[in-house]
Ligand binder design. Structure first.
Ligand code: PGA
Length: 243
């Protein structure tokens, strides 16, 4: 089963429920689990639409504490209460834009698990790090520092230079990093690829060994594109099952 996760980032309004309705109406896609991570303001609204369906919801970030005097923050327990079953932690936009470091990312992931959510822990190198040949060392450091010791988790490999740029690593480059991550995480941990995934490149990226899904930004905002990526995942899952 491939996990196709949509990261809506700071996009979406109440009316965007039409996208969720279209995903629900399309019905289950064999071999692909659909997950949408909208802004927290929309979670409860969308939860009413996906209830009982094949579509899951997630948050985009959470605070390590359950409740408290933390103005503007949202806890994992609150996300769960609003209908989430996953939460993204350590996205590069949080790491770079909000100064989040690995120990905080790990604390968020552990808090997510405690709230019954599966954390999607993001790792990935910057362009300078890739050009310096330090990609695996950077990913290794992030895994060591940010992953919880055990429990349900998903890892997302997102090269920072591939996010929102239309550029992607080659399948061979993705294969190298995913094989490395697979050697470091508990067996059967899903490892997603993220960064400029679209309907045109999804089949090639999802067919790479140790790629068990995608974290999709821009292309998750339109139901047709997101469904096309999920169908590519379904085809990749079939090939995998047959091999
Ligand atoms: P993108 O974003 O698909 O728009 O590149 C991916 C992400 O940041 O998760």
């Amino acid at each position: 089963m491939q996990l196709i996760a949509g990261n809506w980032k700071m996009h979406g309004r109440l009316a965007s429920v039409a996208v969720i309705e279209a995903l629900v109406a399309a019905g289950p896609i064999k071999g692909a689990q659909l997950l949408v991570c909208p802004p927290a303001t929309l979670l409860a609204h969308f939860a009413a639409v996906v209830r009982g369906s094949h579509v899951r919801l997630g948050g985009q970030d959470c605070h390590p504490k359950t409740d408290g005097a933390f103005t503007g923050d949202i806890s994992a327990a609150m996300l769960a209460d609003a209908g989430a079953s996953y939460v993204i932690v350590g996205h590069s936009e949080r790491r770079l834009g909000h100064g989040e470091l690995d120990p905080l990312v790990r604390a968020k992931a552990v808090a997510a698990q405690a709230a019954g959510l599966t954390p999607i822990v993001c790792v990935g190198e910057t362009l300078a790090e890739r050009e310096a040949g330090t990609t695996l060392a950077v990913v290794d450091r992030q895994l060591e520092g940010a992953l919880p010791e055990a429990g349900p988790m998903v890892v997302a490999y997102e090269p920072v230079w591939a996010i929102g740029t239309g550029r992607t690593p080659t399948p061979a480059e993705v294969a190298e990093v995913h094989a490395f991550i697979a050697s470091k995480v508990p067996e059967r941990t899903a490892i997603l690829y993220g960064g400029s995934v679209n309907p045109g490149n999804a089949a090639a990226l999802l067919a790479v060994p140790h790629v068990s899904g995608a974290l999709v930004g821009g292309a998750s905002l339109a139901a047709a594109d997101f469904l096309a990526i999920a169908r590519a995942a379904s085809a990749a899952a079939e090939v995998e099952a047959g091999s």
